[in-house]
Write a protein that binds this ligand. Structure first.
Ligand code: SF4
Length: 132
C-alpha cells in the first residue's frame, strides 16, 4: 500500500489530503472537506497539470515582453517543452488582451493567450539587446 500527502489548493482552507493506493488498485482519499479535494487528489496522482504563465517577445526592436497564460492547465510533463517554444516566439504587435498567440498546442486543444494589450513599447517593458 503506497501513500502520500498533498495540500489541496482549490480554496484557502488548504486541506491536508492523505492519498493511499490500496491493494485493490483504488485510491483512498481522506482529509478533504469537500468533493473538489478528492477530485484534485485524483488529478494530482493520475495526471498532474498546471496553468502556465510566461512572457513572450514581440517581433522587432526594441522588443516588448508580452505576458501570456495557457487557456487550461497543461500536463506537467509538457510544460518544459511548451516554455521552450514560448521563449522562442516573436509575436508581431499590436497584441490585444485575450488574443490567441498559439492555437491547439500539440493537438491538446490548449491555447496560449495574451493577458495584456500591447500596442507599443513602454520603456519599462522593453528588452534591450544589452539585457539579454
Ligand atoms: S478540499 Fe474543499 S474545502 Fe478543502 S481546500 Fe480543497 S476545495 Fe477547499
Amino acid at each position: 500500500m503506497k501513500s502520500c500527502s498533498k495540500i489541496c489548493i482549490n480554496c484557502p482552507a488548504g486541506c491536508h489530503l492523505e492519498i493511499t493506493l490500496a491493494s485493490d488498485g483504488l485510491l483512498r482519499i481522506s482529509g478533504n472537506q469537500c468533493p473538489r479535494g478528492a477530485q484534485y487528489a485524483r488529478q494530482e496522482i493520475t495526471d498532474p497539470r498546471r496553468t502556465v504563465t510566461a512572457v513572450v517577445r514581440s517581433a522587432g526592436e526594441p522588443a516588448v515582453c508580452i505576458p501570456v497564460k495557457s487557456s487550461e492547465p497543461v500536463p506537467k510533463a509538457m510544460i518544459p517543452e511548451l516554455l521552450k517554444m514560448l521563449f522562442g516566439l516573436k509575436v508581431p504587435l499590436p497584441v490585444e488582451l485575450g488574443q490567441i498567440l498559439v492555437e491547439n498546442y500539440r493537438g491538446t486543444g490548449i491555447r496560449i493567450l495574451a493577458t495584456r494589450t500591447c500596442r507599443q513599447s513602454p520603456p519599462c517593458l522593453q528588452i534591450r539587446r544589452k539585457d539579454i
